[in-house]
Design a protein around this ligand. Sequence first.
Ligand code: PLP
Length: 378
Amino acid sequence: MSKPKWQPSTIAAQAGGAVDPVTGAIVPPIQMASTFERDPDNAYRRGYIYARPDNPNVRQAESVLEALEGAAACMLMGSGMAAATTAFLALERPAHVVAPEVMYWALKGWLANIAPTLGIEATFVDATNLDAIRAAIRPGKTRMIWIETPANPLWGISDIAAVAEAAHQAGALLGVDSTVATPVLSQPIALGADIVMHSATKYLNGHSDIIAGALLFARADALLDRAKSLRSGLGAVLSPFEASLLLRGMRTLHLRVAHQSASAMTIARHFAADRRVVEVLYPGLPGPGHNVAAKQMQGGFSGMLSIRVAGGEAAAIAVAARVQLWKRATSLGGVESLVEHRASVEGAGTPCPPDLLRLSVGLEDPADLIADLDQALG
Ligand code: PLP
């Protein structure tokens, strides 16, 4: 009997659907071995040699992610930063890249300060503006355009299909940090991206209990080979235990993201009309980026939004101090809602306004989340 083509949510719910061939367990066992037996004829027919290049639990989680993103290959690593920096390190040198002015701040810091010492030069542009991206491309020299959409922490939107076209016309690759959108809301490879990156620490795992990263590739070619040899050489593969937790987390990804996106929309609409809030930044609200977001995101606009508090920086920090239900913590995409005064984390040079609070909406009742913010706004 031929196998039916399952929907991504079905594949995620069953963690790929495989049953352990030895025991019949419907949850894959965690395979902790660091080394694997060679066949008597000296071959490694079972496909595993040593657990630094990869391991069975990593391969299980990778195959689920490949299906969710429509990718030819996936590579799981020990953090989102490991995955993102590997995407740049796998480029041929010298490399010029175009990257957003507003993006995950630690990766921007790495691109600005460390990458140049490794033969990678970045030009930072307003990545919500296609003309600005085009103008930054150096024909014959630009090897990759990197975008993050929606982008931390202002939630600007880049047009994935349009940037892919501009990149490919210039002979460059497009890499997309899709951590916030998740494969539930958008699939960049279908829109022309060559590489998709996730901090799997966030929505993919969803329970704030692992650090992990994923790189997905539109093609299994030389770029993938270079990335795999970097992962092995740096010893940056995800461990079996973390991979198993990630696989478990992804079973509920579609439910979580749908609920979090709906709650974020409710919260955004509620505070958009509140005079104690200067501005609500959320691609689900009318405003710049909304139409592109509606075109390239299906089923919601993510569980991330920011509010700018009337009264400036001190007022914003005071609101964060008064919440009882939201947790004051960095990170995002977990089941518990988080609030963060983002400028305090990003420090000097941040494009983040000092009155901004970043909100990661969890799975609590949105009425409770609104009531808590309401009392905290005073
Ligand atoms: N990309 C985005 C959008 C992030 O929010 C983060 C982490 O906050 C990263 C990348 C880096 O991921 P990790 O913390 O797993 O290294």
